[in-house]
Design a protein around this ligand. Structure first.
Ligand SMILES: *Cc1c(COP(=O)(O)O)cnc(C)c1O
Length: 230
């Protein structure tokens, strides 16, 4: 399991280098270790190596793993599509929901927030325009920000995107730059329950480009588990 610690150290080094190129300290970039492909036995060594922010893209798997690892100080991130009927059970387990992709989901989170209010979330933006991708169209974000006072139990911390499936790293870079540009343009149009400080973008194949374009959170799965057969 030393390999996981090595992979983590190597990724942290690459994050620090990309942060330096973007003129920011490495501490300003959070790493979410995505465990969706990893078998349960590989997650404890990852946590032991110091990766305490973990992400899952399927709510049921997040619930299961949060329960199995309840003895450890993990901060869970919901990074995939969240169905409205799974909100109630997911909210108390998560530190940040990256993937708010509809008004109806936002309304459901607002309604279920309860003692967790205000619930920190990111708005997922479909920057590549691929029909199969979840997320708001970029043009929908500004009118949505204006409606946020109606969702007072939610705190919008920023934007999230995934690069297009077909996008190579440089095409991905243009998509990340578009998300950063959208954020910069709207940052001063935020109601009190939004800040847009966070940009969650970049995965194993493109996190360096994402950081260079302003990512504050990268979500990395397969690169953490490289070289490990299970
Ligand atoms: C799977 C997944 C990731 C991690 O992908 P890798 O390419 O394995 O790093 C990041 N974000 C989301 C939303 C995912 O579903």
């Amino acid at each position: 399991m030393d390999r996981i610690a090595e992979n983590l150290a190597s990724i942290r080094g690459r994050i620090a280098e990309a942060a330096r190129r973007s003129g920011r300290p490495a501490e300003q970039i959070a790493l979410v270790g995505v465990t969706k492909y990893a078998s349960a036995e590989l997650i404890r060594p990852l946590i032991a190596a110091g990766c305490l922010d973990l992400g899952e893209s399927r709510p049921q798997q997040l619930w299961q793993r949060a329960a199995a690892l309840a003895d450890l100080p993990v901060r869970w991130h919901m990074i995939g599509h969240l169905q409205r009927n799974k909100v109630r059970r997911t909210l108390p387990l998560t530190t940040l929901i990256h993937s708010v992709d509809s008004r109806r989901l936002l309304a459901e989170i607002n309604k279920e927030a309860g003692e967790a209010a205000p619930v920190p979330v990111l708005l997922e933006v479909n920057v590549s325009g691929e029909a199969a991708k979840h997320g708001f169209a970029p043009a929908e974000i500004e009118p949505l920000l204006a409606e946020l006072p109606d969702f007072a139990n939610v705190s919008v911390r920023g934007l999230m995107c995934m690069a297009g499936l077909e996008s190579g790293p440089e095409e991905a870079r243009r998509e990340f730059a578009a998300l950063g540009g959208l954020r910069n343009r709207l940052r001063n149009a935020c109601p009190p329950n939004a800040t847009l400080d966070e940009l969650s973008m970049g995965m194993s194949g493109d996190f360096e480009q994402a950081i260079e374009e302003g990512a504050t959170i990268v979500r990395i799965g397969s690169a953490l588990f490289e070289g490990i057969d299970d």
